[in-house]
Design a protein around this ligand. Structure first.
Ligand SMILES: *Cc1c(COP(=O)(O)O)cnc(C)c1O
Length: 423
């Protein structure tokens, strides 16, 4: 099946008399007839549902759909993108470990990695993702356990050189984890370029309608944990909390997701509610239709802004003069996403006047959904960062993140035009 068909049919295949739409299993618990049946589930000896904190059929069907879109072998839903990125790292890093992340990543993830995980004894080094390979290689240490980046960064919409990062990670014997939220598997499937694990904030395009916060982790099954057994004891040595099961031995390619579910989800409990998974699934059904429109709207808006003399600069990889245009042609041939960023001439004051004058586009702490919205990271999402950190993350103080919805293209452009006239 092609991706448009997978969006509608993977993960749930009803047979005769079954509901046509994927049902919501709105139940915390599941019934068994014998104590032995239940015991086997707790020992991970048998497959089955027993408590929604560990697994729920609706969540599993939606996870299987996303897994298929990405071309992975196993996937799980989480309560948010934050939970997905935390689990993705914490599943293979423990106190005393180190990992490397691009400094251009989403502000919430930057904070999680740089501040909160540091308190857990896990150190993250942030790097400029545009540095040449040999420069980036200098950041690896003996205790480095993973490399992390975003396909298209939020908010600066830089395109990550996936093959370069995959090569770096693999030559140092660690997996490459990619947050693919902005591109979605419709526009890029990082596993095809060497990534090992993909994460999503499903809150964005996948849900697409701003109804449910959620996340997802997908494993390609390609990273050989046993070949680097000394680095990943959590996967390659017995787990005392499961009667001495060794995940990589017992579950093979499913080891990483099984551990994240059986251990991290059991202990931290950041589950997605089945009702939200149901909403997420409705969003997925139209994802490819919406992505095409988000991208064509963003391309038109970027071209309009690029030609307007009240605009200081525009970043959108679909523009031929954009520094990421060549990388985008390689990794995102069908378009990147609906998000672009730009600066208005006249500094902070003019930017605020512009933002407050918009009528169709609304100021919202959100991005990547059906309605056009915008945000000024320096005064909203990234306000916890110092100016120095902002610049390190590639965010200039005048940067406006503009997320094109799926409204009529001309209406979005006319709205921007009248707001620029107010300056
Ligand atoms: C929004 C976002 C997150 C965090 O996701 P939540 O669902 O808000 O927790 C992580 N990564 C990227 C790229 C995002 O855009």
């Amino acid at each position: 099946m092609k991706i448009d068909t997978k969006l509608l049919h993977e993960g749930y295949k009803p047979s005769k008399g079954d509901p046509r739409q994927m049902p919501v299993y709105q139940s915390t618990t599941f019934k068994y007839d014998t104590s032995d049946e239940m015991g086997k589930l707790f020992d991970l000896e048998a497959d089955g549902y027993f408590y929604t904190r560990l697994q729920n059929p609706t969540n599993d069907m939606v996870a299987a759909r996303i897994c298929s879109l990405e071309g992975g072998v196993a996937a799980m839903l989480t309560s948010s993108g934050q939970a997905a990125n935390f689990y993705a790292i914490f599943n293979i890093c423990e106190s005393g470990d180190h990992f490397i992340a691009s400094s251009a990543i989403y502000g919430g993830t930057y904070n999680l990695f740089g501040v909160t995980m540091k308190k857990m004894g896990i150190e993250c080094t942030f790097v400029d993702q545009n540095l040449p390979e040999e420069e980036l290689a200098k950041y690896f240490k003996p205790n480095t356990k993973a490399v992390f980046g975003e396909t298209v960064t939020n908010p600066t919409v830089s395109v990550l050189d996936l093959e370069k990062f995959a090569r770096l990670a693999h030559s140092h014997g660690v997996p490459f984890i990619v947050d693919n939220t902005f591109a979605t598997p419709v526009n890029c499937r990082p596993f095809e370029w060497g990534a090992d694990i993909v994460t999503h904030s499903t809150t964005k395009y996948m849900d697409g309608h701003a109804v449910g916060v959620g996340g997802c982790i997908v494993d390609s099954g390609n990273f050989d944990w046993m070949a680097h057994a000394d680095k990943y004891p959590g996967l390659t040595t017995p787990d005392d909390s499961y009667h001495g099961i060794t995940y990589a031995e017992k579950f093979g390619k499913g080891a990483y997701i099984t551990k994240a579910t059986a251990q991290l989800m059991r202990d931290f409990g950041s589950i997605q509610s089945p009702q939200n998974a149901f909403y997420l699934n409705l969003g997925l059904e139209t994802l490819s239709l919406r992505m095409a429109r988000h991208c064509s709207n963003a391309q038109a808006v970027a071209e309009f802004l690029n030609a307007n003399d009240k605009i200081a600069w525009v970043h959108y990889s679909g523009l031929e003069n954009d520094e990421y245009h060549e990388l985008a042609k390689k990794y995102l041939p069908n378009g990147s996403c609906g998000v672009l960023c730009f600066g208005v001439k006249g500094g902070r004051e003019a930017s605020i006047k512009f933002m407050d004058s918009l009528k169709v586009a609304s100021i919202a702490t959100h991005v990547a959904d059906s309605k056009t919205c915008l945000l000024h990271p320096a005064s909203h999402t990234h306000r916890q960062l110092t100016d120095e950190q902002l610049i390190e993350a590639g965010i200039s103080p005048d940067l406006i993140r503009f997320s094109c919805g799926i409204e009529d293209t001309q209406d979005i452009i006319d709205d921007i035009k009248q707001a620029l006239d107010q300056i």
